[in-house]
Ligand binder design. Structure first.
Ligand SMILES: *Cc1c(COP(=O)(O)O)cnc(C)c1O
Length: 379
């Protein structure tokens, strides 16, 4: 209708949280749903921390003033935290840029690299959909390669070939997730070796959104690879999805560019304080992770009687599965039906990447996931 809008945007649909029905509208349900479709932590911030945050809001935050646009205190706290995951701590505030969720950082990285026909991005599917979605809204071409379906290792031959052959525009950014979503596998030795060979005119984004669950990180190698950037978030293990805080760790010169392209006051004061509070109390917040990992094993073994469901191993707080079938042409329909039936029972999972992704919830939620799957599987 509006002729002033870019033509290429007309074919996109807006991102729907908790998509449900066939037309993709958000879920409406008379039941209280177990929301196991977004990989959040099952537990809210403890009440005492919410009270601390509320008190800070009440007493220290001036709502008439702009937030700290330098994020200085938060960056310092993040640097100390990430240094705990490497043997030779070398990360300082200058290595960090903070975003309104990692999503904002993904967009900043794309704006800083590929915009204006300068480059395209490479992703291996299935993977986190936001890279391609954000790229497309910016008019940035996406080059897709596949994965080995046994362990979801990227098709490295195709990936290397794409890097060598893509010319107009060339590939400027490679996105990987460690461990990947939705398939839950960490980067393999082959993948890591390949990433190390990527020339320094290409940016390598290693998204470690699930680091706290996997403990897999490439942070120790960052200093040797100035063309690498690591993304992490407060949305998962730190229980702050509502606050929208993510961060990038990279060479100070790359960070300086991210600081240039972001909006000046991208992170509300409350979000900054919440992230600092979560870091201060990280020991108690992260103490539920062993439970989540034990629950993951229980969920996988609880679903194992379903012989038609293939569940892959997981390094994250979610699992990925596919229906086994001799007739791949109706596979996606089967997944959609299974998701829909679970929703009718009260469990929301995600149908994505040619399979089903199920977040590890509380022990009660996981019990119900198993019960409901078995009920549907046998009925
Ligand atoms: C959940 C998730 C994020 C987090 O995004 P935020 O914008 O920080 O909430 C980033 N990357 C991946 C792969 C994720 O699954």
């Amino acid at each position: 209708m509006f002729s002033f809008i870019r033509q290429d945007l007309t074919k996109f649909t807006a991102y729907t949280p908790h998509p449900g029905g066939n037309s993709g509208e958000p879920v409406k349900s008379p039941l209280l749903l177990d929301r196991l479709d977004s990989n959040e932590c099952a537990y809210d911030l403890p009440l005492e921390l919410k009270e601390k945050l509320a008190l800070t809001y009440q007493n220290l935050i001036e709502t008439n003033r702009y937030p700290d646009g330098s994020h200085f205190a938060l960056k310092d706290a993040i640097a100390s935290y990430v240094n705990e995951s490497i043997t030779e701590p070398n990360i300082i505030a200058d290595n960090i840029s903070v975003g309104n969720g990692s999503d904002e950082l993904i967009r900043s990285l794309l704006m800083a690299t590929c915009l204006g026909g300068e480059g395209s991005i490479l992703v291996a599917n299935p993977t986190f959909s936001m890279y391609a979605i954000i790229a497309q809204t910016l008019g940035i071409p996406v080059v897709n390669v596949g994965r080995n379906e046994d362990n979801f290792e990227m098709d490295l031959v195709a990936a290397q070939d794409a890097i060598v052959s893509a010319k107009n525009p060339p590939i400027r950014v490679v996105f990987v997730v460690h461990p990947n979503s939705p398939t839950a596998n960490a980067l393999t030795t082959n993948e890591l070796e390949w990433l190390r060979t990527i020339p320094d005119n290409i940016l390598v984004v290693i998204d470690e959104a699930y680091f706290e669950f996997s403990q897999n990180t490439v942070l120790g190698e960052l200093a040797q690879h100035p063309n690498w950037v690591i993304l992490r978030t407060f949305s998962k293990a730190f229980r702050l999805a509502a606050m929208r805080v993510g961060y990038a760790i990279a060479h100070p010169e790359l960070i300086a560019i991210l600081e240039k392209v972001r909006l000046p006051y991208n992170l509300p004061s409350v979000s900054q304080v919440a992230a600092q509070l979560a870091l201060t109390h990280r020991e108690s917040l992260l103490s539920v992770i062993p439970e989540i990992i034990a629950e993951r094993s229980k969920l996988i073994s609880g679903l194992s009687p379903l012989e038609n469901l293939h569940i892959w191993p997981s390094n994250a707080n979610f699992i990925y599965g596919r229906v086994k079938t001799d007739n791949p042409s109706n596979l996606e329909q089967k997944h959609a039906e299974l998701m829909q039936k679970l929703k009718e029972q009260g469990t929301l999972i995600r149908h994505t990447g040619g399979g089903l992704r199920i977040t590890i919830g509380s022990p009660q939620e996981n019990e119900r996931t198993i019960e409901r799957f078995l009920l549907i599987g046998n009925g």
